[in-house]
Design a protein around this ligand. Structure first.
Ligand code: ADP
Length: 493
């Protein structure tokens, strides 16, 4: 809710614009909730068009100097940022867990640690923005240089705000761009803290971070004439709006959108390691609020019952509760909208006559867990690939299991989706692994591995999961530089 300052006891976290902490010009704010307890924990500014303008102006001004910094010096500043994130990782992780509901031990700490690695990685490759030389004749050559794009608008989601902000900031500034991050309204605090750390080591205006709602602040930012690139992570629906905004100005955009990724289990993988892998791929410990969640589980009929039994036993053991407790495996969903949506999908799936609930189910209506937006790790068996729970992105811990008998049949089902972000294959047979990896239309295929995106591996989607790659050297070059060819005839000079 927007309100006028001052109000209540919740602390006000300020935005970062031009190296300074600022409030909104009209002093309006947005409440930030702790989803595990449904309490207001902070307020952040509700940035207006004028505030967006100031942030973009600061970034545009800073670009004039930052683009000419030697890559080595940019890298040195980024390494200092990494060291500082590392020193403050526990505070960052606690803030992240408190605002997102993600469990500290299983999700928030690894995410904060990941941000350290991301800054170190991009510092290491900052000097790699190299071009090519074409020798045309004795006195003539053509060469290319990679130049930064200018002011980057980064629109980030609430599910992994530190990782998303870190990747976009580090890969954009490493090659000389400046950036305005629009933090997600549901989880802006850790992105603001990350920006505070960046601003300790960077010239004013290189990293700016503003807060506000997507359709207002976010839309003002993407429409701003000085923004030369939009890097967006979020829903497919919002991705379409972002692409329209980019089309108005003919600027490049990278879109990392939704998914409904298949996780395919072959008979040779009827083992505990594959059960662990399927759980990791489904990102249960982040309440499956992940675009790469392996949320359609295709299990071969030969091992279907045995595998699902093992999986259900493991899911029933997951501890759901207070994100800050060390014993907690799974925290809370982000907000009331997600909570209602996830429970609606559970009901919708179980309404089908052949559906069987093997673990979890609807959220508890009584006890401690009813005080926050908690959902249970849910496994529904006997699902058909055409059902809504198998086609739509739930963004919650609802895994649907679909039996299969024939490899070509399962590959057809795996590809029968408008998404194409990730896929997981569980088998000890090389041929099965290689055939599936080649046949599935997804940006990232993992065989016997269910890890989250990490620095160095190009990450991005196919189909309606988006386009453009980030997270890697190649992603940085593709998404945050532009090439200029210079043809030089020195034969008469
Ligand atoms: P969700 O609905 O779960 O918040 P979104 O994809 O809509 O997922 O949000 C991801 C990010 O995009 C958030 O920071 C949000 O504020 C922002 N956003 C939403 N709509 C727009 C828009 N029209 N223009 C720019 N940013 C937007």
């Amino acid at each position: 809710m927007s309100s006028n300052l001052p109000e209540g006891d919740a602390p006000l976290y300020k935005m970062w614009v031009n190296g300074l902490e600022v409030v909104a010009q009209d002093d309006t704010t947005i409440d930030v909730l702790n989803p595990a307890f449904q309490t207001t924990i902070a307020k952040v500014p509700h940035a207006s068009t004028a505030d967006v303008g100031k942030a973009v102006d600061a970034a545009a001004k800073a670009f004039r100097g930052w683009r000419h910094w030697p890559a080595k010096e940019r890298a040195e500043a980024m390494l200092k940022i990494a060291d500082c994130i590392e020193a403050e990782a526990e505070a960052l992780a606690t803030l992240l867990a408190t605002e997102t509901g993600n469990a500290l031990r299983t999700a928030a700490r690894p995410e904060a640690a990941g941000a350290v690695g991301i800054f170190r990685y991009y510092a290491g490759v900052a000097s790699e923005a190299k071009g090519e030389t074409v020798p045309l004749s004795a006195g003539k050559l053509s060469y290319t240089v990679r130049e930064p794009l200018g002011v980057v608008a980064a629109i980030i989601p609430w599910n992994s705000p530190v990782a998303a902000a870190a990747v976009k900031i580090a890969s954009a500034i490493a090659v000389g761009n400046t950036i305005v991050v629009k933090a997600a309204e549901d989880a802006p605090l850790s992105a603001l803290k990350l920006s505070a750390i960046c601003n300790r080591f960077l010239p004013p205006g290189v990293v700016n971070c503003i807060t506000g709602y997507g359709k207002e602040t976010g839309a003002h930012l993407t429409a701003h004439p000085e923004v030369r690139k939009i890097s967006f992570t979020g829903s497919t629906e919002t991705g379409k709006a972002i692409m329209r905004a980019a089309a108005e100005k003919i600027i490049p955009v990278s879109l990392e959108l939704g998914g409904k990724s298949p996780s395919i289990v072959f008979p040779s993988a009827d083992s505990d390691w594959a059960v662990d892998g399927v759980m990791a791929a489904m990102r249960f410990t982040r309440q499956s609020q992940s675009c790469t969640a392996g949320s359609r589980l295709f299990v071969h009929r030969e091992i279907y019952d045995a595998f699902l039994d093992k999986l259900a036993t493991r899911l029933n053991r997951l501890v759901v509760g207070d994100p800050l407790e060390e014993s907690t495996d799974m925290g809370a969903l982000i907000n009331d909208r997600q909570y209602t949506k996830v429970n609606d999908y559970v009901r919708c799936g179980l309404a089908e006559p052949s559906a069987r609930l093997l673990s979890g189910g609807e959220s508890p209506r009584q006890g401690n867990l009813s005080e926050g937006y908690f959902a249970l790790p849910t496994l529904i068996s006997g699902v058909h690939n055409s059902w809504r729970v198998a086609r739509e992105e739930i963004f919650g811990p609802v895994l649907v299991a679909i039996p299969w008998s024939d490899e070509s049949e399962v590959l057809e089902m795996a590809n029968d989706t408008h998404y194409g972000l990730a896929a997981y294959i569980w088998t000890t047979q090389l041929g099965e692994a290689m055939r599936c990896s080649s046949a599935i239309d997804a940006g990232w295929i993992q065989v016997n591995s269910g890890t989250a995106p990490g620095a160095g591996i190009s990450f991005g989607g196919m189909k309606e999961s988006g386009f453009g790659r980030e997270f890697s050297l190649e992603g940085m070059l593709e998404s945050f530089t532009q090439r200029k060819s210079i043809t030089l005839d020195f034969s008469n000079t």
